[in-house]
Design a protein around this ligand. Structure first.
Ligand SMILES: Cc1ncc(COP(=O)(O)O)c(C=O)c1O
Length: 374
């Protein structure tokens, strides 16, 4: 009989895919985690030029081109007031690979990783693949993660905890005070804080702050990507930044698993990061408008929904059978428990779809709500 590693046997294909497959082809898809905008032209053009010139025909340096890493460092200076040395950056195949190498490089067999529940599906899966033990923690009523809960969950066996703000699947945004606390906890307990900031530009209320701003012990690693910021999910370009010794360890994993991020994507990312930032603001404005329409819809249906302050997801509390009823009526939404046990009784709605379609979906959700309540 074929034997597989116990690590891989603990992981299954994300429940989100199953939902897509269950819904018909004509379904309205509110299950997708990607912006419905085109990649900015200047980013596309930069990739085309790079391909034509032949400079993408070879491996780049393992960490990525110097120019891209300088662009990433400049971005952190511009957006996060963070001083980042381009040498302390690894360009990765999306935020996904950045999370993977961060966990691989820091988690020993059996060590625990604390992360939000409900939370992005990769935290649990990548912890298993790294041989670690997931330690998901519940959230506050507003669906933010309480630093006190994280601190309580930390034991001698904890290798890392993950902060994700704005968050998938909740849309919650952590306060600057929380971020400061996360940095303190990482320092006091000498554990790694992995800050997943892929939705940093989609904040409607409050502001995005990084725990890295408050870190003076090198215990925070930041994961980010062009995927959500510039609608570049298909390009597969993200990065990780952290202290030099952490980068050096993560690079060992990246070098053997990946060699380097895709070269055309690196040129596109450099252009996206250094070029006009209007597309980012346009997307944010569109998402905010849609969020408000969706929240008004939930209110009319009598569904309670903590106000999502960022990303492009909402997570209302829903009655039993609601998700199935909505999917049966042709709108794809994701059951909250796909994101962890505490997601039970919620649904994740992605509003990365045009207003007209969203309004159509809201009507369907209203009918489904009435039907379930009957
Ligand atoms: C919170 C979070 N982190 C990371 C990622 C991975 O993004 P990428 O497409 O850059 O790999 C996603 C994608 O959905 C996400 O929601």
């Amino acid at each position: 009989m074929t034997e597989f590693s116990s690590r891989v046997e603990q992981v299954s294909i994300s429940g989100i895919r199953e939902v897509f497959e269950a819904a018909g082809e004509d379904a309205i898809n509110l299950g997708l985690g990607q912006p419905d905008f085109p990649t900015p032209d200047h980013a596309r053009e930069a990739a085309v030029d790079a391909i034509r010139s032949g400079k993408v025909d070879a491996y780049t340096s393992n960490k990525g081109t110097r120019e891209l890493r300088e662009a990433i460092a400049a971005k952190h200076d511009r957006d996060n007031d963070l001083e980042v040395d381009p040498e302390d950056v690894i360009a990765t195949s999306g935020g996904s690979e950045a999370l993977h190498i961060a966990l691989e490089a820091h988690v020993n067999e059996g060590e625990e990783v604390v992360f939000p529940d409900p939370g992005f599906v990769s935290y649990d899966a990548l912890t298993h693949l790294a041989g670690g033990t997931p330690n998901p923690v519940g959230l506050r009523e507003d669906l933010t993660m309480d630093p006190a809960t994280v601190e309580d969950a930390i034991t001698e066996d904890t290798a890392a905890f993950v902060v994700n703000s704005p968050a998938n699947p909740t849309g919650a945004v952590q306060s600057p005070e929380d971020m400061r606390e996360f940095a303190r906890i990482a320092s006091d307990h000498d554990v790694l804080c992995i800050s997943d900031e892929v939705y940093e530009h989609q904040v409607f209320e409050g502001e995005h702050r990084s725990p890295a701003e408050f870190d003076d012990t090198g215990n925070v690693v930041v994961v980010n990507a062009c995927s959500k910021a510039y609608s570049m999910t298909g390009w597969r370009l993200g990065w990780v930044t952290g202290s030099n010794e952490r980068i050096e360890r993560m690079l060992r994993v990246h070098q053997y698993a990946q060699a380097c991020a895709s070269a055309p994507a690196q040129y596109a990312a450099e252009a996206a990061l250094t070029g006009p930032q209007e597309p980012v603001a346009e997307m944010r404005e569109a998402f905010e408008e849609r969020r408000d329409v969706l929240l008004a819809g939930f209110e009319e249906m009598g569904l309670e929904c903590p106000t999502p302050k960022g990303a492009f997801y909402a997570m209302p509390k829903v009655p039993e059978g609601w998700v199935e009823e909505v999917i049966d009526r042709g709108v794809v939404v994701v059951p909250g428990d796909a994101f962890g046990e505490n997601g039970d009784g919620y649904a994740r709605i992605s509003y990365a779809t045009d207003l007209e379609t969203l309004k159509e979906a809201i009507d369907v959700m209203a009918e489904a709500t009435a039907a379930v309540r009957e």
